[in-house]
Design a protein. Structure first.
Length: 749
């Protein structure tokens, strides 16, 4: 368990005790070490060395009689090093006159005669520490720069140096650049330039800059330099006053921020903010006008402040009379000054509204703080709303409003057929079936649509709840022609589906019927090419070879037709199992390598070291990959490159077939998987297929639960992607899942 952190105790005041009697020093420590942090010294030089290192003491207690250096000499030197410390002098009875003089000259805070009772010394130290705390709160200090023959020889700093800078005077004496280092870099040049001017005898005003105190705090200070000369007019001393003006700066910044905030508020008010005065002699004037006067009236604020009639003269005569009468009444009764007026500004008639609150000033003037608004657009909107209020009655479609009880409160002219059908008039309740719907809509706040037969017309009625007003609006529309068109569309679609079924059945039947003679032709030609029927001449062999290729191509076309027919009829089944991605890719590359080498096309695979499984139908995956890679080989220029890659993404394997061919346009990619689409990017390249290859590939991938897509751009090649699951689906067996619809083929199909 973490312990709560205790607040750090306040540091104890530091006391320096200087006495050549070691017993006195030890007694001092015993007496005050519980309250103060005490440092002792038995020699003046030792004390000066401690102070000179920059150590600060709240109080320095010193004996007047010291060997090697008397107390007064020590005081002079110590005060140069530590002007912020409070000095207490210990003296014998014989030295009282000297001690009194030291007090009167301000060198010491108080003197005590030996032997000094502990209670007196304790009280003296307590008061001296309290005085030091006041010194630590000083916000200014002075320093004197002594100059001889144009050179700075010494700088003395007075009380307040530690409070303002955070450093004791001794640090400045020991480090000549300390003062310059305190000043933030952006102000140093200005300070050096001011010092050069003073040394040259030119006047310099106060300079404001920022310093970084010893505790790291950044403070604003103001430095004022005063030049002193000797009898011969030569510069002998520069007195400087350094004041901490941080609080004043903060107040100034706060005032400036407040002014800016006020200006922003005035600027953001969507109207003219003004202050207007009416004097006892009847004269009047604007004392303040915001910048909006330019936008609203095309007049500068100064123009209105110089002469208010510049504004009022633009208003219509009857409006001016009302404005002046309202002003007189407001001044007399100290009630709000309100008026509306129309005036022509910037070549356009505009409407304005004014509201101002008056106060009576001690000198008898009436002063208004007010706001003028341009209400032109607001009035136009009101007129538009009034026109819209007439809109339902002019609507050619029925509009009915029903209250919370279900009573008809409004019905436009076009609602007459519905009212006649319902045998209702305004003020009557709706029929029971419609009343039930209305009350349900009121409770849920939702919308509902029903259809009503009215003689030979059909109306679609939308029930819309207006919850804020407690109404339900009924918006009706004659959908008779729409319904007739819908029925006709259903009839046509049914006929088209039947035609499509017959087409698929015909294609399947014809394809099956063609396969038998094709097999006979294939076997006959293969036997002839093998010499079974006798020796074949080279010319005849070439003809047989061409016929063999044509039969293979026709077989593939028939296979495509059969595949698409099975997919659309729902008879294509997938025999899925766990397969090796690497073996699938290697098999496809091996089967297509002769075709690629014939065109000088390089094929490569990019697969992870660790093999990946897919749960799929082996023959169908080989079919998809062969189609994509074969298309790339057929339709890209010679000496190009085809890459097959695969990677695992979550629970799927993503395949990619990439080529560096001519690429596809955006329009091509939108049609790439449609059926019977052939887009050839290279004139005469490749074989013209059925346009079903990619359509079949898309259906096969989707039957596996995957996706297929293409990424390409003109002259940047193509990248075909498809995904397959890595394991058997958790849901019901979907091996017989069929996706119907049109398919397509890529330009490489």
């Amino acid at each position: 368990m973490r312990k709560a952190s205790m607040p750090k105790p306040e540091p104890r005041p530091r006391i320096l005790c200087l006495d050549d009697d070691a017993d006195v020093c030890r007694a001092f420590v015993r007496t005050f070490r519980g309250r103060y942090e005490v440092t002792t010294a038995v020699a003046a030089e030792e004390s000066l060395e401690v102070i000179g290192r920059g150590e600060t003491f709240a109080v320095i207690v010193t004996d007047l009689q010291m060997p090697g250096m008397d107390g007064l000499a020590f005081l002079v030197r110590a005060r140069e090093l530590a002007p912020d410390s409070i000095f207490v002098l210990l003296t014998g009875h014989a030295e009282t006159d000297v001690a009194i003089r030291a007090v009167n000259e301000g060198r010491v805070y108080r003197f005590l005669t030996k032997p000094c009772p502990p209670e007196v010394l304790r009280q003296t130290l307590k008061e001296a520490v309290r005085k030091h705390e006041k010194v630590r709160r000083l916000t200014s200090f002075t320093y004197a720069v002594h100059v001889e023959q144009g050179r700075i020889v010494r700088t003395d700093r007075k009380q307040g140096c530690l409070a303002v800078t955070g450093y004791p005077a001794a640090r400045f004496l020991a480090e000549s650049t300390r003062w310059n280092d305190l000043v933030l870099p952006e102000y140093r040049f200005a300070l050096r330039r001011a010092l050069v001017k003073v040394l040259a005898g030119r006047p310099v005003g106060p300079i404001e800059f920022r310093i970084r105190r010893g505790d790291g705090a950044v403070r604003w200070v103001r430095q004022t330099l005063i030049r002193h000369t000797d009898d011969q007019g030569r510069l002998c001393r520069i007195d400087a006053l350094v004041e901490d003006i941080t609080e004043a700066k903060q107040m100034e910044q706060a005032l400036r921020a407040s002014e800016e905030r006020y200006q922003r508020m005035v600027a953001n008010v969507p109207g003219l903010v003004f202050q207007f005065q009416l004097r006892p002699d009847g004269t009047m004037r604007f004392t303040f006008v915001s910048e909006r006067s330019r936008e609203m009236f095309g007049l500068e604020p100064d123009q209105l402040c110089e002469d208010p009639h510049v504004l009022f003269d633009h208003f219509a005569a009857e409006d001016r009379t009302e404005i002046l009468q309202g002003m007189a009444d407001s001044a007399e009764r100290l009630c709000p000054w309100r008026w509306w007026a129309t005036g022509r500004f910037c070549g356009e008639d505009r409407l304005f509204q004014c509201l101002a609150q008056p106060v009576r000033t001690p000198d008898g003037q009436t002063q208004w703080d007010g706001l003028m608004l341009d209400m032109t657009e607001h009035r136009r909107k009101e007129e538009e709303i009034q026109q819209l209020a007439r809109f339902p009655d002019e609507n050619p479609n029925p509009v009915v409003r029903v209250d919370g009880e279900g009573r008809i409160r409004y019905a436009n002219k076009a609602s007459a057929p519905l009212l006649h059908l319902w045998d209702r008039e305004p003020g009557h309740l709706l029929p029971d079936d419609l009343l039930t719907i209305t009350r349900t809509i009121q409770g849920t706040g939702s919308h509902r649509c029903v259809e009503v037969q009215c003689k030979d017309h059909v109306f679609s009625i939308v029930f819309a709840s207006i919850r804020e007003a407690g109404y339900v609006n009924l918006y009706a529309r004659d959908v008779t022609e729409v319904r007739r068109a819908h029925q006709e569309l259903l009839r046509i679609n049914a006929a088209l589906r039947e035609h499509d079924r017959l087409k698929s059945e015909f294609v399947s039947t014809v394809s099956h019927e063609l396969r038998t003679p094709l097999c006979i032709f294939k076997n006959t030609i293969s036997n002839a090419m093998a010499g079974v029927m006798g020796k074949v001449s080279p010319k005849l062999y070439a003809s047989l070879e061409m016929a063999d290729r044509s039969i293979d191509r026709l077989s593939r076309i028939i296979g495509d037709f059969l595949d698409i027919s099975k997919i659309e009829s729902g008879t294509l089944r997938l025999e899925r199992e766990s397969l090796s991605v690497r073996s699938l890719v290697e098999e496809v590359i091996a089967s297509l390598r002769p075709l690629a080498e014939a065109k000088g096309i390089e094929m490569e695979s990019r697969l992870p070291r660790r093999d990946m499984p897919v749960f799929a139908d082996r023959d169908r995956v080989i079919q998809v990959l062969t189609n994509l890679v074969g298309n790339a080989i057929k339709f890209i220029p010679v000496n190009c490159h085809v890459e097959i890659a695969a990677r695992q993404v979550d629970e799927e394997v993503e395949f990619m077939v990439k080529d560096d061919g001519p690429g596809l346009s955006r329009d091509d990619m939108e049609r790439i998987f449609d059926r019977f689409v052939q887009m050839h990017k290279i004139a005469g390249a490749g074989e013209h297929g059925t346009g079903l290859g990619l359509a079949i590939a898309k259906r096969l991938v989707e039957m596996h639960g995957g996706r297929i897509w293409v990424e390409s751009a003109p002259a940047q090649g193509c990248r075909f992607y498809f995904t397959l699951p890595t394991s058997e689906p958790v849901g019901p067996d979907d091996q017989t899942r069929v996706l119907s619809g049109a398919g397509a083929e890529s330009p490489q199909s």
